[in-house]
Design a protein around this ligand. Structure first.
Ligand code: PGA
Length: 263
């Protein structure tokens, strides 16, 4: 795992955005795995800016989102499809028919999960998967106890996640307790994984993901098995890491090496 510790949430968004910008310049037909939540919003804004300045194009890009609430139609204001349209897709030159979000309103959700896996495979797999992390260590809606090699499936949300997300729903609005989510195995199949986290509320989850034992009780710890996982965090989210200084030293050495290679 590459752990990158930066001064501010703004620097985290910039570092993450540059990974995506480099990918799209290198491979305009990229397949991107995308995430919802508050953390990726600033990164999406940077991708929108880069697209509007013609630095990158999404014309040939295909996207797969991590998860969706089960029982919400895509035009529901709390659906993740709606979130993605608002935060990214409506502002870039992407062909929306190639932006996929698990179908929360599928009549047969179990079959829809298998189909989602097949679609990702038919697209050639995901080049870069963006992730946030829950306070309980979840990635996507893979809550603690999720199988570390699980695939896209229906998952029950923990009360902690329901409470964390309640801020987006009005009091009398139906808040789903079930979701469709890519599995941890699905995520691990991506060529590269970029996990962003900011703020002290994420410090414990980041500690357990990076320095804890690999365990289904912290789903993000499965990334310890990934060949190319980058964990981009601010100082507040890094606060509990024992080897903080070492990660900073590694990053300085990496940057020196890249500079020597002219990158
Ligand atoms: P957040 O959610 O970015 O809103 O904190 C992250 C997550 O639950 O994956």
């Amino acid at each position: 795992m590459q752990v990158v510790i930066l001064d501010s949430p703004e620097a985290v968004a910039e570092y993450g955005a540059q990974i995506f910008i480099r990918q799209l310049k290198k491979q305009p037909h990229s397949v991107l795995g995308l995430a919802t939540g508050s953390t990726p919003v600033a990164l999406y804004q940077k991708l929108i800016d880069a697209n509007q300045k013609n630095e990158i194009s999404f014309r040939d890009v295909t996207t797969y989102n991590l998860d969706e609430y089960l029982g919400l139609e895509g035009d529901h204001p709390q659906s993740y499809r709606h979130f993605m349209n608002q935060q990214l897709f409506d502002h870039i030159d992407i062909d929306k028919t190639r932006t996929y979000v698990p179908p929360g309103s599928a009549s047969n959700p179990i079959q829809a999960c298998d189909e989602y896996e097949q679609m990702i495979a038919a697209s050639g797999g995901i080049n870069i998967q963006l992730l946030g992390i829950g306070r309980n260590g979840h990635i996507g809606f893979n809550e603690p106890s999720s199988g570390l090699l699980s695939r896209t499936r229906v998952k029950t949300l923990t009360q902690e996640t329901i409470d964390d997300n309640a801020r987006f729903f009005s009091e009398d609005e139906y808040q789903p307790h079930l979701s469709i989510t890519m599995g941890i195995g699905t995520i691990l199949d991506s060529q590269q994984v970029v996990l962003l986290a900011t703020g002290s509320s994420k410090a414990d989850a980041i500690y357990r993901a990076v320095e804890g034992p690999m365990s289904a009780s912290c789903p993000a710890s499965a990334l310890q098995m990934h060949q190319n996982a980058v964990i981009v965090i601010d100082e507040a989210a890094a606060a509990n890491l024992e080897h903080r200084e070492f990660y900073k030293h590694i990053e300085r050495e990496n940057q020196k090496l890249l500079a020597q290679l002219g990158n």
